[in-house]
Each structure stands twice: as structure tokens, then as C-alpha cells.
Design a protein around this ligand. Sequence first.
Ligand code: AMP
Length: 430
Amino acid sequence: MTFSSLGLSEPLLRAVAERNYTTPTPVQVDAIPAVLRGGDVWASAQTGSGKTAAFALPILQRLAAGRRERGRFVRALVLAPTRELAAQIGESFRLYGRWLPEPIKILVVYGGVSINPQMMALGGGADVIVATPGRLLDLIDHNAVSLGAVSTLVLDEADRLFDLGFSAELNRILALLPARRQNLLFSATFPPEVEALATGLLRDPVRIEVAAATTTTPDILQRAIEVAPPRRTQLLRHLIEENKWTRVLVFVATKYATEHVAEKLRKAGISATAFHGELSQGARTQALAAFKASQVQVLITTDLASRGIDIAQMPVVVNFDLPRSATDYTHRIGRTGRAGESGLAVNFISASTHAHFRLIEKRNGFSLLREQLEGFEPEELEVPADPTGGIKGKRPNKKDKARAAAAKAAGQEPPPPAAKEKKFSWPRVR
Ligand code: AMP
């Protein structure tokens, strides 16, 4: 299978060749002809599957062949959940469209930065807008843009749009779109909200399922290492030095932990930087750029970086803290082993997260050998408060917090402290 056999035009084939893509990925094989035909597409494809090119290339081709709009109109609208993903998609459109005879105007708009330059840039409309939902609505409220001529809508990482609480924004945006349009929906997972959205939105879609989640991709080697929590930074440092890892993405549970672990590594002479949602947009962009340019060896992040961010050659991902859900696990380890490269995903498992990891394994249909490394073998540990763990882990989720707040408001006593310590032996799972 080649790109030219998918019906793409010469200028786009030239851009693809320039990116050194020799063969289309499975999602591209199915989606490109379907999008070129103008129909709706419903694809379950992960970041890393080549899905951006799967929609950007045919959209560019249709825009190049179609009629220009005048005024503040937009022809193709791509909604993405995070600024980083939006920026990345915009960049892909620019790269793929660079040889088209007539320039295609592509704009990326997201919140967290001043709205004025985006309003100025929107003067005269745009062929493609890649936007996060909140900022797009701000621009609409400022009369800077109109969605009345959108001919193609892309919802990228639709599941994540819901995770991040964008459903109200999404509904407002959908109501502003013309009824006759092409809809393309990409999502790694299909929770009920996405199923409902897809059913209501898509007309006779071409259904594309790209085989298997990243967890079963043979290109990603997964490891589970048992370690006592206080020794994790030392273990991380040991692994980095021992294996001469040059580029490592480390996931932790909190913003504080990103700073804390980064600081400890820096003290040990390893260049590390924290990446989380409370950094300014400038600091986020800078941290990511330094990491991509290999000026920083270790990027320590919360789940902010677990989806969408495309960093070429990301050989190692470490779950210093485990993700809350099996789906988040898939997204995190999907940062590595992208587009055919091989990758390594390392999980740190402690007594209190042991059961939680079992559930992640079960839900994702795999089972890993538990390893212990010399010098880092965990001692017998105290039993965790909830030894059965649970897929949401011990940390309070939104509901727990709401319940706690309700109890407090009702003047009730806080729950009694956890049962007194018992000794815990490591269950062997082989
Ligand atoms: P995506 O899933 O869109 O985030 O793409 C993941 C990565 O795969 C990006 O770095 C793309 O540049 C790359 N890519 C997309 N299509 C191909 C292809 N056909 N061959 C090789 N790499 C590709």
C-alpha cells in the first residue's frame, strides 16, 4: 500500500515523502479515501497511530479543490482537548499543506495566552482552525469568527474532550455549525458520552478500528518493578544511569511531585524539568521544546502529557506513580513506541499500588512479571489502608471529595483513621 494509491494529490504526496513516511499506517489506509469521498468517519485510533495525517491530508486536498470563503468564515474546524495537541495538529497541517499551489490559511487558537493576536489573525477567516473549545467560544463571543460555513468538523481525542469537562462547550459549538457537513470523530476509547456523541453526530460513518491498544503492541516492552515508595527516585536515577537513558518521560501523581522529583534528579546531576498545568503557557512550551531538543534528559509530568503530545523518539516512559485508570495507562505508555519505533514502559509498583496495578493489567488484558532489582528490593511493608486497592486507587476522587465536603457541611465527624498496621508480604504474581 502506498500513499499515492489512496488518491492523494501530488503536492500532498511530496509533503509526505518529505516527512519520510513510506507506507501509510492502518488508520490512514482506511480514513484517507473515506474522508476524500466526503463521508463521516468514526475511528478508534490512538495518538501514535498516524491519525493526524489520516484526517489532515484528505482535508487539505478537499480544501485545495474547493471554493474559498470570504469574511470571518472557517472551512474546516478541528477541536482538540489541550493546547499542546492543538499546536501539534496545526503544525502537521502546515507541514502537509506546504506544497499546495494556493496557500491554505491555518490557525491554531487556544486559551492561556492573550486573545488579541488570535483575533487579529482571524481577520478574513481561515481555511482551517484548530482550537480548544473554550477559546473558540471566546472568539465567537467576540465576533471574531463564524462557524456558519464549516464544511468539515474533526473531534480529535473526543474521549479526552469529555474527561476535561468540555461537554457544555462542545454542545454550544455543535449548535453553531451548519447541519450539512462532514464529521470526523477520533477517540482512543469509547466511554458512554463519546458513544452518544458519535451516534447523534455521525451520518452513516465509515467505522475504523485500528487493531489493539498500545498495551498489546509488541513494540512496547513493559516492565513492573517492585520498590518501596521512598526509594523510587533513587531507583529512577539508577535506571537512568545504568541504562544510559537519554530521554525519559516520567509520570507522577501531583504537580508538587513533578517539581520535587525534578529537583532531586537535578541534585544528582541529571538534567530534569517539571511539566504541569500550573506552569504558564510560556514555561510549558519552553519545557517541552527543551525536552524535544534533548537539552533536558528527563521530563517529569502529571497526566497533562499523557495524551496527544507527540515527541519523536521517546524511548522510555516511567510510571513513577501509577495512573488512576486503565485507560490513562494506555495513554501514558502510548507516548513511547510511536509510529513503529520500539519503546519501553517501566512501572514502579509498591505494596499499596500492587492491587491497583493488577486491575490495570486485567482491564488491558496483559500480565507482567514483577521484578525486583538488586539493592532496591522492598522490605516487608506495612499493609496499605485499602489492601485491595481499586482501579481509582487510594487517592480521593471527585466523588470522595464531594462526600467528604458534604459530611463536613453536615457537621459529621471525619471518618476514623485506617485500621492499625499489619505486616504485608509481597504477593507473588508470575
Ligand atoms: P499521530 O498519531 O498523528 O500523533 O502520529 C504519530 C507520529 O507518526 C507522528 O510523529 C507522525 O509524524 C508519524 N507518522 C504519521 N504517519 C506516518 C507514516 N505513514 N509513516 C511514518 N510515520 C508516520
